[in-house]
Design a protein around this ligand. Structure first.
Ligand code: GDP
Length: 303
């Protein structure tokens, strides 16, 4: 299992660690801020968020007369933390059956994240069932079944090419019959010219609502952390079609673009619930803003 600090190594080494060096090196002037700005942009913090951050930092440094490196880094960490929301716990209790709809484009890490999430919930003694709602790819059904086995939770699936609505319907019946508390629904994610992904998602959600009127209780969007600002554009499209309630950002271990987390929260106004920091079943951690910001700067013996 990767640690958060280990997972964020690339982002730290490439950008935030360098920012710490830049602002500690000499007296702070316009060139320093330009350099910090460039590094934030390269880390995929996003233009708007970066501009706001630089402006706030310049004003704060002036107002508080900050000069020492540790003061400057502490102030920057503080301002970065303020950009992040404390995630609310997922709204998955207080009713017989809670439903989580999981969306995201193919390859984003959707199936993997569902498997990891199911595993976490099972360890917390929750009775979970998975629905293989991406019936368009035989491989997606097989993958979900594999993750179900790993996590020790049942998977309800149909034949490849069958109607996803029917699978969801069956999964709700199965969940009720078995007394499951949480049903996690995988959905299609293909971006194909002859396929309207958003219309398909709306259809699945509507079927779900017919059988569980207040469902889905959470609609989580899985975003690939390595795609940086593109993920943001994608997220806006999902947000327009379905009411996304929160985000899972994957692959933060294999990218230097961890700065996208700041842009997601500020520009989309969506909480990040989990982050993926590796490929194993344990590599999904709750998103904790303070721990995240610390891990971006923490230095130690880096090779
Ligand atoms: P889906 O098409 O969205 O369901 O994507 P998958 O769950 O099949 O994942 C696509 C690839 O990303 C697989 O090779 C996963 O092992 C990999 N992956 C998913 N999450 C993570 C993560 O947090 N870190 C790393 N390094 N790889 C991940």
């Amino acid at each position: 299992m990767a640690s958060l600090r280990e997972g964020l190594k690339r982002t730290r080494q490439s950008f935030f660690g360098r920012i710490a060096q830049v602002i500690g090196a000499t007296e702070i002037d316009d060139d320093t801020w330009d350099e910090v700005e460039a590094l934030l942009l390269q880390a995929d913090v996003g233009v708007n968020t970066t501009m706001q951050l630089i402006e706030t930092m310049r004003a704060r440094v002036r107002r508080e007369g900050l000069t020492r490196q540790e003061q400057l880094i502490a102030a920057l960490k503080d301002e970065l933390r303020k950009l992040l929301m404390e995630p609310k716990p997922l709204n998955l209790s207080g009713r017989e059956l809670s439903v989580v709809l999981v969306a995201g484009v193919n390859g984003s890490g959707k199936t993997t994240s569902i498997g990891k999430m199911a595993h976490r919930m099972r360890l917390n003694n929750r009775k979970v069932i998975l629905a293989a709602g991406d019936t368009f790819r035989a491989a997606a059904i097989d993958q979900l079944k594999l993750w179900g086995e790993r996590a020790g939770v049942p998977v309800i699936a149909g034949q490849p090419g069958s109607d996803p609505g029917a699978v969801v319907y069956d999964a709700v019946s199965a969940a009720r019959a078995r007394g499951a508390e949480v049903l996690i629904v995988d959905t299609a994610g293909r971006l194909h010219s002859n396929f309207n992904l958003m219309a398909e998602l709306v259809k699945v959600r509507d079927v779900l609502r017919k059988v569980v009127p207040d469902a889905p209780h959470e609609t989580l969007l899985v975003l690939d952390g390595t795609t940086g600002q593109n993920a943001l554009t994608q997220a806006k499209k999902f947000q327009e079609a379905i009411d996304v309630t929160g985000v899972i950002v994957t692959k933060l271990d294999s990218t230097a673009k961890g700065g996208m987390l700041f842009a997601i929260q500020r520009e989309l106004g969506l909480p990040v619930h989990y982050i993926g920091i590796g490929e194993s079943i344990h590599d999904l951690v709750f998103f904790n803003p303070a721990a995240f910001v610390d891990s971006l700067f923490e230095n130690g013996n880096e090779e």
